[in-house]
Design a protein around this ligand. Structure first.
Ligand SMILES: Nc1ncnc2c1ncn2[C@@H]1O[C@H](COP(=O)(O)OP(=O)(O)OP(=O)(O)O)[C@@H](O)[C@H]1O
Ligand SMILES: [Mg+2]
Length: 476
């Protein structure tokens, strides 16, 4: 059954059902027809017998009374039976033939013990089928009694017809029935083959496309025709293919960006090490400067690798750190205090407002710290000197809203939609910020963490006026 494939199996079951159903119906119908045809023949014979009976009653009576000569009676019977198809035999009460419309009576044996004769003597009309000993042909027999005034038996009337024409009729009827059944079955086979093909063709295409995708050919699209379940499947499949394609491209882009970001500090370090080897060590001042630069590049690389690692952990869901009920204000306050010296170094200030009676938030505390560090870090790092940073936490409906606002240089409108993308950094020429390190991963880490907590990130920014990042996290 398995080797048949889907098409074969559907067809097999379908045909089996049709064949059993139609075959059963055909056989039943054929049997009914046979019964009907034989019944008709019997009925016909019976009618003839009754007719003859009523016609012959009087002449026979007269003959037996001696009022009618034997020749006259014979003549009468011959005339009467001429027009009938059946062979007519008249038997006396003991079953001896006295007249036959077809053969000489001395060829006919005594009929007393024949079924139909016995039954006729009991006043029943019933047929019998047997081979005629004279001709060797199978015949259908019936017999009835000829009575005088319903009292005295005069004779027995035996009628018979060959069964051959009846069988011919039955065979004809059967060939019609079975011919029809066979035609229907052939039609069913053809239609179901076509149907199976029609239904399964899209599945075949789907399979081909899936194979192509498995081989890395994501351009493969399945044509969507119609509006049935299969075309829905094709649509879903096409969607999935483009999704996979996009994901792979993103992944490749990510790896390319990451390698690029790592190569820059590595090159810087290598250049300085070479310079030191080639004699720069002699000059203490230059050597110290190079060493300081090497240290900062190393820091940059360390930061970068930390960010990359964190992102990839967030992506893979490995970082399914336990959440707990967290006092948001306490954590933000702690991070604000930790970063205040960095802000002060740029002559900037950080203010924090926490609305009273804030409910606890279900979150991983380390990840909340990470969000604060990245957003506060950005506000400090990307702003000019003398900047005011304002952090606040409040409840809005079923959400906790944490805002990080600054009055720094702002983000150009065209960059805002991309700001949360990995490695995205505003074109440095357009901003007032100059020398800063970073890879453009901080905001994407914030985004990944917030998403993991079913929250969202929102940005509003105006050039030269400032930027506000808003974190919405669901409560409870
Ligand atoms: N508060 C802000 N004011 C102005 N520009 C900002 C601010 N925050 C982010 N940006 C812009 O968005 C870009 C992306 O920020 P993101 O934190 O993702 O990367 P980064 O700070 O450059 O590097 P990293 O955070 O990985 O060290 C920044 O390069 C900067 O151009
Ligand atoms: Mg940043």
């Amino acid at each position: 059954m398995k080797q048949l494939g889907l098409r074969g199996r559907v067809l097999f079951v379908y045909l089996l059902l049709v064949m059993v159903g139609l075959g059963g119906l055909g056989i039943r119908f054929a049997l009914l027809q046979r019964q009907q045809i034989i019944g008709e023949a019997e009925h016909h014979l019976e009618l003839e017998a009754l007719l003859l009976n009523s016609v012959l009653e009087k002449p026979l009576e007269h003959y037996l009374e001696g009022k009618l000569s034997r020749t006259k009676l014979r003549q009468l019977i011959v005339n009467l039976t001429k027009s009938l198809d059946s062979q007519i035999t008249i038997l006396d009460i003991s079953g001896n033939p006295v007249y036959d419309s077809a053969v000489e009576i001395d060829q006919i044996p005594n009929q007393f013990n024949q079924t139909e004769v016995q039954l006729a003597l009991q006043n029943q009309v019933q047929h019998d089928t047997r081979f005629d000993p004279v001709t060797g042909v199978e015949r259908l027999y019936i017999a009835i009694l000829i009575k005088e005034d319903d009292e005295e038996y005069l004779a027995i009337l035996q009628l018979s017809v060959p069964t051959d024409p009846i069988w011919t009729k039955i065979r004809q009827a059967w060939s019609v029935v079975f011919g029809t059944v066979a035609t229907v079955i052939v039609a069913v086979v053809v239609v179901s083959l076509w149907l199976a093909n029609y239904i399964l063709r899209p599945i075949g295409k789907l399979q081909q496309a899936a194979t192509q995708i498995a081989e890395g050919n994501f351009e493969q699209k399945i044509p969507v025709t119609g509006s049935d379940e299969l075309s829905d499947l094709a649509k879903t499949f096409n969607n999935m293919a483009s999704q996979i394609k996009r994901m792979i491209e993103q992944q490749q882009q990510f790896v390319a960006n990451a390698s690029h970001e790592l190569r820059t500090p590595l090159t810087n370090i290598k250049l300085r090490v070479e310079a030191l080897q080639n004699g720069a060590l002699e000059d203490t001042e230059v050597a110290n400067r190079f060493l300081a630069q090497i240290e900062s590049e190393t820091d940059r690389m360390a930061n970068l690798t930390r960010s990359l690692l964190l992102l990839s952990k967030l992506d893979s869901g490995v970082l399914n750190l336990k959440t707990e009920s967290v006092d948001v204000c306490a954590i933000i306050k702690e991070r604000v205090e930790a970063l205040t010296p960095t802000a002060q170094a740029k002559n900037s200030t950080i203010r924090f407002d926490c609305s009273p009676n804030l409910p606890a938030l279900e979150i991983n505390p380390h990840q909340l710290q990470q969000i604060c560090d990245n957003l506060l870090g950005n506000a400090i790092k990307h702003s000019t000197l003398n900047c005011q940073i304002h952090v606040s936490a409040e409840q809005a409906g079923q959400e906790m809203v944490i805002k990080f606002a600054d009055n720094g240089p702002g983000i150009p409108a065209e960059d805002i939609p991309h700001i949360l993308e990995r490695f995205y950094q505003v074109d440095k020429a357009h901003t007032h910020s100059h020398k800063y390190s970073g890879a453009g991963l901080g905001l994407s880490i914030v985004q990944a963490i917030v998403k993991q907590h079913q929250g969202r990130v929102d940005v509003t920014s105006r050039l030269n006026e400032g930027t506000t990042f808003m974190i919405y996290l669901p409560l409870g």
